[in-house]
Design a binder for this molecule. Structure first.
Ligand SMILES: [Zn+2]
Length: 346
């Protein structure tokens, strides 16, 4: 099969589109999917730079997000059939550990992600557990393959952050950093769905204008404006109820300065660096909750697919590249030029 593979760690310059052996035939409880599109995530850039274990697995098939048709089903799979159009949930759980048995599949002790720990979606074929595919909802107009591929990772991540972890309520105010990124953009849309007031930031005025079209109540340019000061002014010195963080080092202090007493900060990433400072006296005095979150469980995934089937949370695709230009697609992501998901058609 053709695939976009990492040939050596050291960044996206080491990517190559080439012929490799097919993904294995599906074993018990598995399906093999003929991918039609894959969507890129910041995670892929970390993989290309080299995460623990990456160098031992080369050449490595990239990509966490994807959509396509079922090509073959393994023994025991009765609910899916060849030709079904499916979305992939990139988080693979063992369905047997104590956390999985409690329904918390993204806390699984053997949690693995497509494209990080298991061969990814930038390939003609991928083999995954049947648990990890959902039939594509019938929408009018129908989802493009790019939209279908762009859905899972960011929607699941943003949903768990806001709904499960932050327990967002109507009328609350949310601060979302860096609105060009997929998780941030989806967080904006979920927060609006729940009746929240949303303040978004970007360094790019064009992205801020687009965010306003998507429902952002307030837009701040974090290059030219001091976010915490603006937030204090906008909230009568109170601060926001919830901060959605995935930037880390560069925004952490400003996130805390923007948070109200008793506020919740939810983080799922650290694109600018993972080390931050925390004054514990401020943490307890202000009754803050600092919440970690990654991906989501099977019930959350079923819920976001149900929302999609109702026409909500339709993914926003930035640009579509052919597989042969996968490296250019990653270049766009690396430069942060995108608004929405960068997609590769296969
Ligand atoms: Zn488990």
């Amino acid at each position: 099969m053709r695939a976009c593979v990492l040939t050596a760690t050291g960044g996206i310059d080491k990517l190559q589109v080439t012929q490799i052996p097919d993904a294995p035939p599906p074993g018990p409880g598995e399906v093999r999917v003929a991918l039609r599109a894959a969507a890129l995530n910041h995670l892929d850039l970390f993989v290309a730079d080299g995460l623990p274990g990456t160098a031992d697995r080369l050449p490595w098939v990239m990509g966490a997000d994807g959509a396509g048709t079922i090509e073959a089903v393994g023994p025991g799979v009765t609910t899916l059939h060849a030709g079904d159009r499916v979305l992939l949930n990139p988080g693979i759980s063992d369905y047997s550990c104590e956390f999985c048995r409690a329904g918390e599949h993204s806390l699984c002790v053997n949690y693995r992600l497509l494209g990080e720990h298991l061969p990814g979606t930038l390939a003609e074929l991928v083999t995954v557990p049947a648990h990890n595919v959902a039939r594509e909802p019938n929408l009018s107009p129908g989802l493009t393959w790019g939209e279908a591929a762009a859905f899972s990772l960011v929607t699941l991540t943003a949903w768990r952050m806001l709904v499960t972890r932050a327990k967002l309520r109507a009328g609350e105010t949310v601060l979302v950093w860096g609105i060009g990124g997929g998780v941030s953009l989806t967080a904006l849309r979920i927060a609006k769905l729940f009746g929240a007031r949303v303040i978004v930031t970007s360094s790019d005025d064009a992205k801020l204008a687009a965010a306003q079209q998507l429902g952002a109540d307030v837009t701040l340019n974090h290059k030219t404006q001091k976010v915490s000061q603006e937030v204090r002014a906008l909230t009568n010195k109170r601060g926001v109820d919830v901060v959605i963080e995935n930037v880390g080092a560069a925004t952490w202090d400003e996130s805390l300065r923007s948070l109200r007493r008793g506020g919740r900060l939810v983080t799922c990433g650290a694109t600018s660096g993972p080390q931050v400072r925390l004054d514990i006296r401020r943490l307890f005095w202000h009754h803050w909750s600092i919440l970690g979150s990654t991906m989501g469980n099977a019930a959350e995934y079923a819920e976001i697919v149900r929302r999609l089937s109702q026409g909500e949370l339709r993914p926003i695709v930035d640009r579509v590249f052919p597989l042969a230009q996968a490296r250019e697609a990653y270049e766009r992501l690396r430069k942060g030029e995108q608004l929405g998901k960068v997609v590769v058609e296969i």
